[in-house]
Write a protein that binds this ligand. Structure first.
Ligand SMILES: [Mn+2]
Length: 317
C-alpha cells in the first residue's frame, strides 16, 4: 500500500523536509517534530521549517529541529503533516515542497486535496499525530519516548485534552502505551493545554468582555483587532483557545471568534458542539477544517465580516 511506497521513498532519500500549516498548533508541531525524530533515527538528514510557533511547546524533545531557514536548496523528499492543501503552508516554504524530488503528506482534514505524490489521509482520525502513530506501527518504525511525547502532545491538543467527540480507543491505547514508555503525560498535558502566558491571558480577558449572544444564546461572537494585538504585544499562538471559551457556555451551539491579520483581513475561527457543520460554513468563505472546528479568512471590515459570518451560521441553526 501507499505507506510501503512512502517507506521506500524515505529509504532512498538523504535529505527530507517536513512542513506543516501556518500558525502551527500542537498537532502540527508534535507531528512535525515526532516525524523528524523518527526519520533522523533512520539515518536521514531531516528538518522542520516553520517561521514561528507558540513558545509553550518548547518543552518538546527535538523542538530544536524546527528551523526558520532551510539548510538545503533542494530536498530529496518533502512531507507535510496536518495540511489539507499545500496553500496552507507558509508561502515562503512552498517552493521547497514543489522542488523536492518526491512528496508525501499525512493529514486528517475533511476537505483534503490530495496534493502530494503519496497521500495518507484519514479524516476520522482525531489528530494527524494519531495517523503517524498507526503508520509507524504498521511500518515497524520504533516509537521512542521522545517521539511518543511529541505525538501524544499532538493528540492531546487536537482532542482538546481527550474530550472531543473524535477520540477513539486507539487514542487511549496510545496514551497508556506512552505512559508505560516513560512519557511524562501530565507534563505534556499541562504545558500544552493549561499553561498560559500573560499576553494570551490578556487576549482571553478582552474577548470574554466583548462576547455577544445571538440566536437565543445558541451562537456566541467575539473579536480582536490588530490594534488590540499591538496594545498587548500578541505572540504566536496567543489567539489559540479563545474560541473554546464561548463553546463551553451552556446552550451554545456555535462559537465564532474573529481576529484581524496584519493585512487587515479577518481570520474567523469557528467551533460547534452538536449538529452544525462549521467546515460547511467556512467553505462558503473559501476556508474549511473539521465538522466541529473550522476556519476561514474574510476580507471585509469588522462589521461586514461579522454580519456575513453570523448570517451564514444562522442558516445552520
Ligand atoms: Mn490537526
Amino acid at each position: 500500500m501507499t505507506l510501503d511506497d512512502i517507506l521506500n521513498e524515505i529509504k532512498a532519500a538523504e535529505t527530507i523536509l517536513i512542513l506543516a500549516h501556518e500558525n502551527p498548533d500542537g498537532d502540527a508541531i508534535g507531528s512535525s517534530v515526532g516525524l523528524c525524530l523518527a526519520l533522523q533515527n533512520m539515518g536521514k538528514k531531516a528538518e522542520v521549517l516553520m517561521n514561528e510557533y507558540p513558545a509553550n511547546f518548547d518543552f518538546l524533545p527535538g523542538i530544536e529541529n524546527i528551523k526558520k531557514e532551510p539548510s538545503y536548496d533542494r530536498y530529496d523528499m518533502a512531507i507535510t503533516v496536518d495540511c489539507p492543501d499545500i496553500t496552507r503552508v507558509c508561502k515562503e516554504y512552498i517552493p521547497y515542497f514543489e522542488k523536492a524530488k518526491v512528496t508525501a503528506e499525512f493529514d486528517h482534514h475533511s476537505k483534503n486535496t490530495m496534493f502530494a505524490d503519496y497521500n495518507i489521509v484519514n479524516h476520522v482520525s482525531p489528530a494527524c499525530a494519531q495517523i503517524l502513530v498507526s503508520s509507524f506501527q504498521y511500518l515497524n518504525i520504533d516509537i521512542t519516548k521522545e517521539i511518543a511525547t511529541n505525538l501524544l502532545t499532538g493528540i492531546i491538543t487536537d482532542t482538546g485534552g481527550f474530550k472531543n467527540s473524535g477520540i477513539t480507543e486507539e487514542t487511549f491505547e496510545f496514551a497508556g502505551w506512552a505512559l508505560s514508555k516513560g512519557v511524562n503525560v501530565s507534563e505534556a498535558y499541562r504545558e500544552s493545554m493549561l499553561v498560559t502566558t500573560k499576553t494570551k491571558f490578556e487576549c482571553q480577558k478582552i474577548t470574554m468582555d466583548r462576547l455577544e449572544f445571538y440566536e437565543d444564546g445558541k451562537v456566541v461572537f467575539t473579536y480582536m483587532t490588530k490594534e488590540d494585538d499591538a496594545k498587548i504585544g500578541v505572540e504566536a499562538g496567543d489567539h489559540d483557545g479563545v474560541v473554546e471559551i464561548g463553546r463551553n457556555i451552556k446552550g451554545v451551539e456555535v462559537s465564532i471568534f474573529l481576529y484581524q491579520k496584519p493585512d487587515g483581513s479577518f481570520k474567523a475561527s469557528l467551533r460547534s458542539n452538536d449538529y452544525v457543520d462549521v467546515a460547511d460554513v467556512c467553505m462558503m468563505f473559501g476556508g474549511g477544517g473539521h465538522i466541529k472546528a473550522a476556519g476561514c479568512t474574510i476580507e471585509k471590515p469588522l462589521e461586514e465580516a461579522k454580519a456575513a459570518i453570523l448570517a451564514e451560521v444562522k442558516k445552520h441553526i
